[in-house]
Design a protein around this ligand. Structure first.
Ligand code: C2E
Ligand code: CA
Ligand code: CA
Ligand code: CA
Length: 279
């Protein structure tokens, strides 16, 4: 007869095998996701607080898995990064986002900006700058209408190398945004050395901005300092009118969040654009 600990070990081993198996399946599925047309970009509006018009949109990746349905990015971006699949996926995303932007611009929203999330693996790769340059040429999009979002935590892993990569990108004339700001413990004065155009205050600080005096103070401080450093500020995860009004007082230029809209497929985004149309 088996001992108790033997049973436990067997259970543990099976569980581990299942996990490994699941991961391997997901990896091979993800490998085919592009070719099978399972990836889609959703878009979330960025609302300018002064004009109350949509000035930008963030492209957010969705994977329609044939068996598991919609898999959120939090559940596969990490895998894509570990396996290197983020490189072809990232190129697909950039290409798709720019082509979609071109379509919206042709509909008359000629100054709309698209923000695209980029992983550190993509920045490390040698040809991202060239790839973006080619897309800009091919689509004819103004470089200032493409914004690249890089998370603060990633920046701080190897800041000196990041500065080099970012300056190279900045030379193309595109915009750079620092994503999830406030979570990575970097000081704003230090960030002055990076060629960012915009700070994106992380949702974690926005969530309790009305209830928590600490979070309110943080948002106020970020707003004031960003202004003195001539950086634009956007707040993510804005869900209520109250939060929006408070962020206006903080000097935020733009907001993004469920208050305006969840991320939606391109055809629905077109309708949002008409609703918040520039005069
Ligand atoms: P992120 O860049 O911080 O994106 C914002 C996330 O917050 C999105 O989740 C969005 O749906 C969600 N969100 C927006 N407004 C609200 C709100 O008002 N309330 C709440 N509770 N949530 C809100 P999503 O789409 O699941 O994306 C998760 C993360 O996956 C992104 O975080 C980003 O880091 C990553 N990601 C998404 N697409 C890409 C991509 O194309 N490439 C890379 N490298 N990463 C991506
Ligand atoms: Ca982002
Ligand atoms: Ca973010
Ligand atoms: Ca975030």
């Amino acid at each position: 007869a088996k001992t108790r600990s033997g049973e436990k070990l067997q259970f543990f081993t099976e569980e581990l095998n299942n996990q490994v198996q699941h991961r391997m399946n997901m990896e091979s599925d993800l490998r085919e996701a592009i070719d099978h047309g399972e990836l889609e970009l959703y878009y979330q509006p960025q609302l300018n607080l002064a004009s109350h018009t949509i000035t930008g949109m963030e492209a957010l990746l969705r994977w329609h898995h044939p068996k598991h349905g919609m898999v959120p990015p939090d559940q596969f971006i990490h895998l894509a990064e570990e396996t290197g699949l983020i490189l072809p996926i990232g190129e697909w995303v950039l290409n798709q986002a720019c082509n979609q932007l071109k379509q919206f611009q042709e509909m008359g929203f000629s100054n709309l900006v698209v923000a695209v999330n980029v992983s550190v693996r993509q920045l490390e790769g040698q040809n991202m700058t060239l790839f973006i340059k080619q897309i800009l040429n091919k689509t004819g999009i103004k470089p200032a209408c493409l914004e690249i979002e890089i998370t603060e935590s990633v920046m701080m892993e190897d800041p000196e190398r990041m500065i080099v990569s970012l300056r190279e990108l900045k030379q193309l004339g595109i915009r750079l945004a620092l994503d999830d700001f406030g979570t990575g413990h970097s000081s704003l004065s230090y960030l002055q050395r990076f060629p960012f155009d915009k700070l994106k205050i992380d949702r974690a600080f926005i969530r309790n901005i009305i209830e928590s005096p600490d979070d309110a103070a943080i948002a106020m401080t970020i707003g004031a300092m960003a202004k003195s450093l001539k950086l634009e500020v956007i707040a993510e995860g804005v869900e209520t009118e109250e939060q929006m009004e408070f962020l206006k007082k903080c000097g935020c230029n733009e907001i993004q969040g469920y208050l305006i809209s969840r991320p939606v497929p391109a055809n629905q985004f077109a309708r949002l654009l008409s609703k918040y149309r520039p005069p």
